[in-house]
Design a protein around this ligand. Sequence first.
Ligand code: F6R
Length: 608
Amino acid sequence: MCGIVGYIGYEQAAPFLLHGLEKLEYRGYDSAGICLNDGSELIVKKAKGKLEELEKLTDYGKNIHGTVGIGHTRWATHGEPSDVNAHPHLSDSCRFAVVHNGIIENYLQLKEYLTAKGVTFRSKTDTEVIAQLIEYYYQGDLIDTVIKVLSKLDGSYALGVISKENPDEIIAVRKESPLIIGIGENENYIASDVPAILSKTRRIYRLENNEIAILRRDSIRIINTDKDEVRKEEETIQWDIDAAEKGGYEHFMFKEIMEQPKALHDTVNPRIKDGRIVLDEIKLTKEQLRQYRKINILACGSAYHVGVVAKYVFEKMLRIPVEADLASEFRYRDPIVDDKTLTIVISQSGETADTKEAMKEAQRRGSHVISIVNVVGSAIATESDEVIYTWAGPEIAVATTKAYSTQLAVVYLLAIYFAEMLGTITDAEYQYYLKELEALPDKIQEILDHEENIQYLASQLFHSRDVFFIGRNIDYALSLEGSLKLKEISYIHSEAYAAGELKHGTISLIEEGTLVIALATHEPLIAKTISNIEEVQTRGAYVLCLACENHQEVGSVAQSTIFIPQTCDMMLPSLAVIPLQLFAYYVASLKGCDIDKPRNLAKSVTVE
Ligand code: F6R
């Protein structure tokens, strides 16, 4: 949420800053800006709207000069998207410029204090108080000043600061919002995420909370808020630069949908050796596992939907009660969690503020936390007790697809692994589940190879105004994701309902032509779901059904049916989600929506 980039070196900074912002645009895209020190003053250019507005304004970086600068792409929190609220923000006399990702919770008090001292504010943002405080406290030493300002701030922040006074320095700070430092030759960089700097370097430092980096052209110093030097491990980014490029596809989302067979293979196969699951990451012993009375799953959005699938899977496989909780609710509801609760936290970015704080709440209450995370070295990955990485590669599209799928795969791995430890499955079942898990990538590929059927259905149905997704049991869990995918990128109103629940109120919304997408893959309840399909059809609904190919009878019930290959019950969501992702994608495409950057959204939600 919000992207920061910074450059200090000997080349013109603006083209690189714009390039970096383009790579970070998935983090926010309602306005963007850059600020450069041109040798005598700080020059700021900002523009409301997508990055291309800023590119045009700066003639693609050609009309703004300087070899040190910072840039920002914004997802508005305080103050509407506008030129003036876009970052970077300058102090009153334009001596200091700041870019910020996060939220300053006490900004109103700070603003009142500074206003009473005669400081004039230009924007409605929380960030501007940081620039103004720096100027207010500045007495010749920028580092001392930044440290003093940090002591006044409550909230979360990743910051990039430059000043007219110190033309050879960028100061970067991290607290609860991600920030990396790129290490170059005679030039150095800051960024919210790796893709922004990958064209320049693969060598990085990841800043931890309350660390301050002082970047010069030929040096990087990292200190803490007591000004003690911090020794950092340098990290080399392994992934291929192409992984963060569209690679000929029109949208990242489509590319990422297509990458799912590989992502699943990369996540699952290295963890199966000689017919057994090997999870070196998990240190829990059989005895420790046996003592848990409950499993608690914490996540947001699609990752939460994985958690809902996991509830069905773990309860069936492990016979332990499972609660799947929205992280934003869990953290404030005095949850009943203790050392007899195993917590599983799911997050693609590993930086989602609510998920991270919910995890800490569970830890405070004595619960052991296993995280399932995609971004290596992210806060949730490093702060959880154990982490299992999903090897999905960088996910750029705001709407998640391959991260969801690989999170599900890890849930199955864990379920089978734990079930064996607890003795709740036989060895024959263990072998069967493993075989099915290993077969998923090929079956997903089979669905992707016939994606034109789904494109056709989308072309028939993309005018729908309201859509209801229904399903029972694990199909209900999947319907939550199907519905979110459709609404977030196509802006069609859509809701997910447990099929049996519809008649308790919502069925009154069904009228002639309402589209109902019925998921009928869960074998034991197909007949019941068929009854629910008939109920809505009687009231005029058009039903698009999703069923397994060995249940052709479902095809005679619905107006249209998509068939998917067969697998074991718990893994069906991995197959059934693919047509739902494709359907959402094609509907959004036919409606002309901005698929990779849906309105009002951003990836990596680092604010509450
Ligand atoms: C929807 C989507 C979001 C994320 C949610 C959690 O397509 O991507 O709902 O799943 O914001 O994000 P992470 O997984 O990064 O914690």
